[in-house]
Design a protein around this ligand. Structure first.
Ligand code: PLP
Length: 390
């Protein structure tokens, strides 16, 4: 099997498993307990927080461990917007891009439905990018928060986060970015990005599913969503997932070496393989359309539409040939509605149903992608020969 669905999830890295194992076994203490086992767990948690902060160029106190990217996004969007409006009732709008993950989009819709906020959707261009002008077009004096993802999970387009955050900052509006897909591939220095909040998820990076983190800058007001014993400085109650935090910190620390420009640089290696793969697919499949930005995209994502097919059929055919990929976002699994991300790019609904995403982890090889590109040609031709998609 050639696994090309790393944007959905990744296997746990051996180093990560080894780092977390002690906190699942001998050192199983509760970090709030006042005995040696508790102290050891608290020390491990503090170490994980410090390592995560180093990866994000922030202070340890600015990191909140969560149960994953979804919870981090919920806490950022709801927590910041609700806290700001509590301080100033005029702040009753949130601005999100048209291509956000449901964790951000549905959080904003919840604020609208339950708390009476207005949601301003920032349009994207045909590559899926938000321009500074588009953001400027929706900002209002009442905007409590802006949320624009760092890199898109379906098409891989990377947003000009630093420029967008600078505009929000100039207007005094906190800026959140969902960096779940960017982590491991793009620089995460929160100071250079100029963001006030940033979400991460462990399982996209070689840590287990069910752990993540939210960076929230210094004095940013934040209303907690989970109430209880006051862990995470009162911002997220619940006994901490010590092993999960250690796993996330270890995965992030390992991934720092995979960033473009880092000492070992799988980022540019994978970007070159991605470009060869895109060329091979476009050459081998008449009518294939690359979705997302041609250059400002994650090294790890190549996404296409294959008009005249259905994405699901191509996917099944590819699996028969030993290639695992995705017909859209795994996070919207179970839904056969066309992807709202592709619709936001201006792709028509029928073509959007033919989307297939290939996403790579840092270990992907040229040989695997050569085989996969050949399999795509065969799979699409096979599906097209069955007649028009219904
Ligand atoms: N944000 C983005 C961009 C994602 O791709 C995902 C998962 O696919 C999430 C958030 C949700 O993260 P998690 O699966 O850790 O809840």
């Amino acid at each position: 099997m050639i696994f090309l669905d790393a944007a959905a999830t990744t296997p746990v890295r051996r180093e990560v498993l080894e780092a977390m194992w002690p906190y699942l076994s001998g050192e199983f203490g509760n970090p709030s307990s006042h005995h040696s086992l508790g102290d050891a767990a608290a020390a491990a948690l503090a170490g994980a927080r410090a390592a995560t902060a180093t990866a994000l160029g922030c202070r340890p106190g600015e990191i909140i461990f969560t149960s994953g990217g979804t919870e981090a996004d919920n806490l950022a969007v709801k927590g910041i917007a609700l806290a700001r409006r509590a301080a100033d009732p005029r702040l009753d709008r949130v601005a999100i891009s048209a291509v956000e993950h449901p964790a951000v989009e549905e959080s904003a819709r919840y604020l609208e439905r339950v708390h009476g906020f207005a949601v301003d959707v920032i349009p994207v261009d045909s590559f899926g990018q938000v321009t500074v002008e588009a953001l400027a077009g929706v900002l209002r004096p009442e905007t409590a928060l802006v949320s624009v993802m760092y890199a898109n999970n379906e098409v891989g387009t990377v947003q000009p986060v630093a420029r967008l955050a600078a505009l929000a900052r100039a207007r005094g509006i906190p800026f959140h970015t969902d960096a779940v897909q960017a982590a491991g591939w793009l620089p995460l220095d929160t100071a250079a990005l100029g963001v006030d909040a940033l979400s991460l998820s462990g399982h996209k990076l070689g840590a287990p599913k069910g752990n993540g983190a939210l960076f929230v800058r210094g004095r940013t007001r934040l209303e907690p969503l989970v109430h209880g014993g006051g862990q995470e400085r009162g911002r997220r109650s619940g006994t901490e997932n010590v092993a999960g935090a250690v796993a996330l910190a270890t995965a992030l620390t390992l991934a720092r070496t995979s960033r473009p420009g880092a000492p070992e640089d799988p980022g540019s290696r994978v970007a070159a393989l991605r470009d060869d793969f895109i060329r091979a697919v476009l050459a081998g499949v008449p009518g294939a359309i690359l979705t997302g930005h041609p250059t400002e995209r994650l090294p790890s994502v190549a996404s296409f539409c294959f008009p005249g097919t259905s994405g699901e059929s191509v996917l099944l055919e590819l699996e028969r040939q030993g290639v695992i990929c995705s017909s859209g976002s795994a996070c919207a699994a179970g839904s056969d509605a066309p992807s709202s991300v592709l619709l936001a790019l201006g792709i028509d609904a029928e073509v959007a149903q033919t989307a297939v995403r290939f996403s790579f982890d840092p270990t992907v090889t040229a040989d695997e992608l050569r085989q996969a590109a050949a399999a795509v040609g065969i799979a699409v031709a096979g599906v097209q020969s069955l007649g028009p998609a219904r």
